[in-house]
Write a protein that binds this ligand. Structure first.
Ligand code: SF4
Ligand code: SF4
Length: 459
């Protein structure tokens, strides 16, 4: 960890404690294994079925056999027969990872699912099938977004042109029901470079420390993993994060990085995810050695760096990065007295004041599902209501598949109803794909908590 010092213990957030990093233990059931053989892990399962009852896909899709089958049962079959083929229903698991959280016996379900899905795609899936091509395109969103960002207005218009959406559904199986997210006319990385990069951030951080009465040479520095969405689609979230961190006296760097791999894991493209992870882990682990901590504004990205990478990849620096990665608001809750600043803050009229908050499934897995509600509950004139613990249903690329669209909306129905029942017409969440599902199901604008924090503390 950087010298941002130990967790602030002046106050406690209940009922969910912030993750201090030291307490977060990625699943590591076979520490001596280099081939990640999961078959012995099946023995920890005592068939209580709690995973099955927590699975949002199994709840609405009678054909989906559920996580107990996808995980321990398939791996038991593999133990008795090395040639056992993975059941194709593994492709219907959305990788929400709720079953991980539900299992009382610590069975590494999502690790089993990701590994099985990777094996299924590599060995059993026809690489010339439309499904494979469609999934590969969806999983490699970063590639499409990079091309689109060269001509963002045209790309946004074309992708949302009715006949083009119809053609994409008919030829590739990408649902025409969803609007494509707009591409930013200036990516976050372009903005960051034009602003002066780390040099300007260092100056801003020093000035802030002076203003705050902190030592000007305090070692407060973070490396920001912005992910694809905040770079290409919602740079306003990333800019808000920069403003908030500099306000607290942190110098930011925006290192070389690739996709977190979240959409690749969900589509069994483990080789693609590994190639992207190698780049990110190389730069992030070097920075962590120099005293930086890693922060991410997307809960699925922080989940990938913290849990999925060490579960699936034996790459240099993977454990260092896993131990030193934090979600962006979580990090500030640990190292700064956010509560006291929030209590004396005021929000102006430029932002909505009533929010319906949805905790992403991947936030639950990291123990940070209550942080926005607890934090903003202290902010004068703002009301924020938790809309419950249901899954939004989109799970990244899952809800973009034509054959999964209805299931995705059925899963999301509970969240939509709860959003409409509370006294708010703006949503809030940390996950960009949950955000698009919330917007799609209700028509509400959706904010990231760091945006409200920026308005409350700075503007
Ligand atoms: S990851 Fe989610 S969708 Fe997949 S089996 Fe587990 S609970 Fe079900
Ligand atoms: S919750 Fe865990 S122990 Fe229970 S059936 Fe599922 S995998 Fe087995």
């Amino acid at each position: 960890m950087s010298d941002a010092e130990s967790p602030n213990t002046d106050y406690e957030f209940e009922p969910t404690s912030p993750n201090t990093g030291s307490e977060f233990e990625p699943v590591d059931i076979f520490p001596d294994s280099t081939d990640f053989d999961l078959r012995p892990g099946a023995d920890s399962c005592y068939k209580c079925s709690m995973c099955d009852t927590s699975c949002p896909v199994a709840e609405v899709d009678d054909d989906f056999p559920g996580p107990k089958f996808q995980g321990p049962e398939q791996w038991r079959l593999k133990r008795s027969d090395d040639e056992h083929e993975i059941d194709d229903s593994i492709m219907s698991c959305s990788n929400c990872m709720r079953c991980d959280d539900a299992c009382p016996s610590g069975v590494p379900l999502s690790q089993m699912h990701n590994t099985a899905r990777g094996e299924y795609v590599e060995k059993q899936m026809d690489k010339l099938s439309i499904e494979y091509i469609r999934n590969r395109i969806l999983a490699n969103y970063r590639t499409s977004a990079r091309i689109a960002s060269k001509m963002p207005r045209i790309a946004t218009a074309v992708m949302n042109f009715g006949p083009a959406r119809w053609v994409m559904e008919k030829t590739l199986g990408v649902t025409k029901e969803r609007e494509f997210p707009a591409f930013a006319t200036q990516t976050f990385r372009q903005w960051w470079a034009a602003r002066g990069g780390v040099t300007v951030s260092r100056e801003n951080a020093r000035e802030a420390r002076e203003r705050r009465g902190e030592p000007v040479d305090a070692d407060k520095k973070v490396a920001y993993f912005h992910g694809c969405y905040a770079n290409f689609n919602t740079p306003e979230v990333a800019k808000a994060l920069v403003r908030v961190y500099e306000h607290f006296g942190y110098e930011l760097v925006v290192p070389e990085q690739r996709c977190s791999g979240t959409p690749m894991f969900a589509n069994g493209m483990v080789g693609d995810a590994r190639r992207h992870a190698e780049v990110t882990l190389s730069s992030m682990s070097d920075l962590i050695e120099e005293g930086y901590d890693a922060i991410a504004s997307c809960t699925s990205c922080s989940m990938a760096l913290r849990q999925e990478y060490p579960e699936l990849f034996d790459i240099d620096g993977v454990d260092t990065v896993s131990r030193n990665t934090f979600e962006s608001v979580e990090y500030l809750r640990i190292h700064e007295n956010l509560r006291s600043e929030i209590q004396s803050a005021d929000v102006d009229d430029a932002i909505e004041k009533e929010f319906a908050y949805h905790a992403p499934c991947h936030a639950r897995n990291q123990g940070i599902s209550r942080q926005a509600v607890e934090l903003f509950g202290e902010l004068d004139d703002v009301t924020i209501e938790d809309v419950g613990d249901s899954c939004s249903g989109i799970s990244g690329t899952y809800g973009w598949k034509e054959e999964k669209y209805e299931t995705s909306m059925e899963i999301g129905e509970e969240m939509f109803e709860h959003m409409e029942a509370v006294d708010a017409t703006t949503g809030m969440t940390e996950c960009p794909t949950c955000s698009s599902q919330m917007e799609h199901g209700t028509g509400y604008d959706i904010r990231h908590p760091i945006e409200l924090l920026s308005v409350a503390l700075i503007q």
